[in-house]
Design a protein around this ligand. Structure first.
Ligand SMILES: CC(C)(COP(=O)(O)OP(=O)(O)OC[C@H]1O[C@@H](n2cnc3c(N)ncnc32)[C@H](O)[C@@H]1OP(=O)(O)O)[C@@H](O)C(=O)NCCC(=O)NCCS
Length: 170
């Protein structure tokens, strides 16, 4: 997609890790080479970058999620445009490009969550065709990654127990 004035939107693929790392300041925290490579290698994960010359000036990421009773939809994970390049239509173009990719992949829809006071994000999503916002509450868990990464004995036991027939079925 061309936005004029040397701006274009490109779909990143495995091997494009350097493009992501070059736009590190667009992310909440510096991306790592390993996580970037993992993201780009997933067929259901999508990262589109807005490029101006040699500069990465924006990106949008999306992840397809599939559920047995719903099919596949696109979750718009992150959207960011460099402050020097805002209000030129780049954010909207990135969202529309991800929506196009979602349609092409057979997704039945796309969704995103943002803060109620994020005026720029709300305006951008509405400009890109999103339906009016619906109230939603989010909850999260923070895990201690310093702990063991493999299931402990009790979890293995629970898995073994789950694999056994229920007493009522014996
Ligand atoms: C949200 C963000 C990506 C928008 O990028 P952008 O390139 O400036 O957006 P666009 O120029 O494409 O603007 C799209 C629409 O939103 C409107 N808009 C953009 N910023 C706005 C603002 N601060 N207040 C009101 N409207 C705004 C534009 O006028 C435009 O509307 P139009 O198409 O009807 O004319 C950018 O502000 C950003 O990176 N913010 C910080 C990160 C963030 O909050 N991301 C979203 C997380 S969910």
């Amino acid at each position: 997609m061309s936005l004029g004035a040397g701006l274009s939107i490109v779909l990143l693929a495995p091997g494009d890790e350097g493009v992501v790392l070059a736009g590190a300041d667009l992310f909440d925290a510096p991306p790592t080479a390993a996580w970037t490579a993992q993201f780009l290698s997933c067929e259901s994960h999508h990262l589109l970058a807005a490029v101006a010359g040699d500069d990465v000036v924006g990106f949008v990421s999306g992840v397809e999620t599939t559920h047995p009773d719903k099919g596949t939809e696109m979750f718009l994970y992150e959207l960011s445009v460099h402050p020097d390049h805002r209000n030129r239509g780049i954010g909207r173009a990135l969202v529309e490009a991800l929506a196009d990719r979602a349609r092409g992949r057979g997704c039945y829809g796309m969704w995103v969550a943002t803060e109620p006071d994020n005026t720029a994000a709300l305006a951008t999503y509405r400009a890109a065709g999103a339906a009016p916002p619906e109230p939603c509450v989010t909850l999260g868990w923070a895990f201690d990654l310093a702990g063991p990464t493999l299931p402990g004995p009790e979890l293995q036991l629970a898995g073994w127990a789950l694999a056994q027939p229920h007493p009522s079925q014996v």
